[in-house]
Design a protein around this ligand. Sequence first.
Ligand code: 5GP
Length: 183
Amino acid sequence: MAKGKLIVISGPAGTGKGTVINGLMERERYALSVSATTRKPRGFEQDGLNYFFKTVEEFEEMIKNGEFLEYAKFVGNYYGTPKKYVLEKLEEGKNVLLEIEVEGAMQIKKNYPEAALIFLLPPSEEELESRLRGRATDSEETILKRLARAKEELAQKDKYDYQVVNIEVEQAVEEIEEIIRNL
Ligand code: 5GP
């Protein structure tokens, strides 16, 4: 069987990545990788579903054991893609989606040059800020850090193979599907 395709989707927090990924998942049976993180769960998040929530010690042990396809620190916490699930799904011929930040995406590009890297852009910086502020669970300090990081990330969009502007979710999903179909 042909191997599946590895698809990386990045975009600063507030670009609507989550919604776009849900839209993609509704249309086709992608395998969505669940990351490990040392960030504390937000209210609605479940261990094993949204993330595997780990302590710093547990995460560093996983790094030492070579369990990550990539990992990075983001706003003070570790985030990483467990290798096993992704490699198994690709072997099974499934297309695998990774929703990760820029540093991790660059590790993927280096180690898996055949991966497709897609950068999701907000319609404008104002829209991004208002979406970030809408996330009431984050403190002002966290919002400001995330906003600064978002701007840093936006500046790196040219390192990606494709850029998609998320003006309207359905349209963004359609564009991404088209990219994947043509890989
Ligand atoms: P959040 O804390 O908002 O869930 O995620 C923060 C950032 O970490 C987002 O940009 C998200 O895409 C990224 N992220 C989530 N999982 C991973 C991962 O496994 N590896 C890397 N490098 N980034 C991740």
